[in-house]
Design a protein around this ligand. Structure first.
Ligand code: HEC
Length: 145
């Protein structure tokens, strides 16, 4: 039994050597396109609830340093950015933009974002009813462009 525990500790120590790359390319404010019409009010909500996975800059908590949690987080961030990266909005074509705007409305309306696995550790990222309304009317304003 003791031997098994030691082996487990050994493995946990060893896997710490595999460190995924951090998503901190843009330290400082997240750069977003003017076209997104992000008001200060909207910016605060996106910053607290979405940018960790949908921009080029994530704020990491201490446990993000610890494998295998660090791998899971890296996976979520890469997956999130692949679907939507507010920092790279200008690289999307009109078709992609329309698709994302449509998805934004749906994901927010149906409480699909932020991801549940994230809000367990970041309860402050949960959207209040008011914040949800603010985001939804922001998304609606984008549709008219
Ligand atoms: C913990 C990381 C994480 C956070 C935080 C997060 N997302 Fe996501 N998001 C993802 C991942 C992963 C996907 C892709 C898989 C999926 O749809 O579940 C995704 C997909 C999306 C999509 C679909 C994009 C497309 O068109 O393919 C939208 C829209 C979206 N997120 C909006 C948001 C908004 C708005 C917030 C904040 C309120 C947010 N997300 C917070 C990880 C995250």
């Amino acid at each position: 039994m003791k031997k098994k525990a030691l082996i487990l500790v050994g493995i946990l120590v060893l896997i710490q050597l595999i460190r995924p790359e951090k998503n901190t390319a843009a330290i400082g404010p997240v750069i977003v396109a003017d076209e997104l019409l992000i008001t200060d009010e909207v910016a605060v909500i996106l910053e607290k609830s979405c940018y960790d996975c949908h921009s080029n800059r994530s704020n990491y908590l201490w446990y993000a340093e610890v494998a295998p949690v660090s791998w899971l987080i890296a996976h979520h961030v890469n997956d999130g950015k692949e679907h939507l990266n507010f920092s790279e909005w200008n690289t999307y074509n009109n078709f992609q933009k329309e698709h994302i705007i449509k998805d934004l409305y749906k994901e927010i309306k149906e409480d699909k974002m932020p991801l549940k696995t994230y809000t367990w550790m970041h309860p402050e990222a949960l959207l209040s009813a008011t914040e949800k309304e603010v985001l939804l009317s922001w998304v609606k304003s984008l549709n008219k462009n």
